[in-house]
Design a protein around this ligand. Sequence first.
Ligand SMILES: [Fe+2]
Length: 227
Amino acid sequence: MLTQRGDRFWTYEEPLRFLGVDIGRIMSVMRLSSGGLFIQSPAELTPELNSALDDLGEVRFVAPASKLHGHLHMEQYRAAYPDAELLAAPGLPARRPDLRFDHLLGDTPDPQWGTDVDQVAIVGHRWLTEIAYFHRPSRTVILGDVGFHIGDSSPLKTRLVARALRVYERIGPPVELRLTIQNEASFRRSIRDVLAWEFDRVVPGHGEIVDTGGKQAVLEGYEWLFQ
Ligand SMILES: [Fe+2]
């Protein structure tokens, strides 16, 4: 059920309906040098997923992309793995007062995962600060809503909406998110920090994974930002 895509890197896709459109979401699982697992965008913890994760290692960290929906199901992970640490994106602790978070994520990775996983806070948007991740061993960048990438495997309605939002077969934020960037210089700097990583694969917040040529795809999707 988990798909291995690279060195110590797995993904798992689950459905997500957002504003009436099926956009799906993607959980990433990284095995750290310490042997523990770092999970981003946790999926519903079914017994099958629980046992698939147990086969890979001990769940140590559970992280979101942003306050929007990366935290879904986190309470299930807290219950199933009481020693795992929950990581918060900016704005998330206020949104989920029921959860106790162990770290607030910013630009600097904690040494507990920093050897394997780097991170950048994507700043400059009016109300959304996302965390982008880079898994070094598999050369994978993991994005949130700044990295939609809807393709032809999506249902017709999703494809039509994606076209209107300018995220059909291109990596980037939906146009309304793009138009509500408050500080474009800061946003540009954040995306430059992402592009500085040596990656080949991109896991988008929603849509299709780019297994190779990911850096070029991000450059092309973000042409508008660097003109
Ligand atoms: Fe999202």
